[in-house]
Design a protein around this ligand. Structure first.
Ligand code: URA
Length: 225
């Protein structure tokens, strides 16, 4: 049998790809995945951190895979863990309303994901080890969707992607650049659920200012590139 024929039966490359997520010490290089489905399959087998032991589903993303705007949350909650979709519980319903207020939808302009793909027990904040173990998936996801604008909901999302540890109240609504992409930290919708006032200067009021600024920048990009 020739060497080419032999290589047809050599599945070592396949095995290696399947084994990548089981050990957090093995890096996942940029360019590992060609599709989000491939990445999601890996996440569902992943044990790079302990959250793999308790998940029902890995939660990768929902929305338009070619969206201009990507929203990054913290980590799945119970409804997300059960359904495998991000932001589908109460926070997600509010997020959809905020987007709809400026005519943005996940059918067209928006794709949604999270820093961590698996639910932390009791919805605790993911540890820095868990964030680090999951980060290569997030970087691959951003590379594949290639959004022009990234919205980071809450301090954990900002720190998880950019390393910036400033409180969300200090940086929300400000554009910042990360790896050549335009990012805006915004409040996490769960914070708005806990602070329902719509008075001028309240968190909800500020969120409505921020989403209008996002819409305006989106229009500029769409019209002028
Ligand atoms: N909160 C998040 O940060 N992400 C979700 O997917 C749901 C709630």
């Amino acid at each position: 049998m020739s060497e080419t024929q032999l290589s047809l039966f050599d599945d070592s490359t396949l095995n290696q790809r399947e084994l990548i997520p089981t050990d957090a010490k093995i890096p996942i290089p940029p360019g590992t995945y060609t599709t989000i489905d491939e990445l999601a399959n890996h996440c569902n087998q992943c044990h790079r951190c302990g959250l793999g032991n308790t998940r029902t589903h890995a939660v990768v993303g929902r929305g338009n895979l070619q969206a201009t705007i990507m929203i990054i949350g913290e980590a799945p909650g119970q409804t997300e863990d059960e359904t495998g979709l991000p932001f589908v519980g109460r926070s997600g319903q509010l997020l959809d309303k905020i987007l709809a207020s400026v005519n943005l939808t996940t059918e067209n302009e928006v794709y949604i994901g999270n820093i961590n793909k698996c639910r932390p027990p009791e919805n605790r904040v993911p540890t820095s080890e868990e964030v680090a173990a999951c980060k290569p998936y997030l970087l691959e996801q951003i590379r594949l969707v290639d959004p022009k604008i990234i919205l980071l909901t809450g301090a954990t999302a900002v720190k998880g992607l950019t390393g910036d540890k400033r409180p969300i109240t200090k940086i929300r609504g400000q554009w910042l650049e990360w790896e050549g992409r335009l990012c805006m930290p915004i409040f996490h919708p769960s914070y708005l659920l806990r602070n329902p006032s719509k008075d001028k200067g309240s968190p909800k009021w500020l969120m409505w200012q921020d989403i209008q600024a996002v819409r305006a920048r989106f229009d500029e990009i769409r019209n002028h590139g």
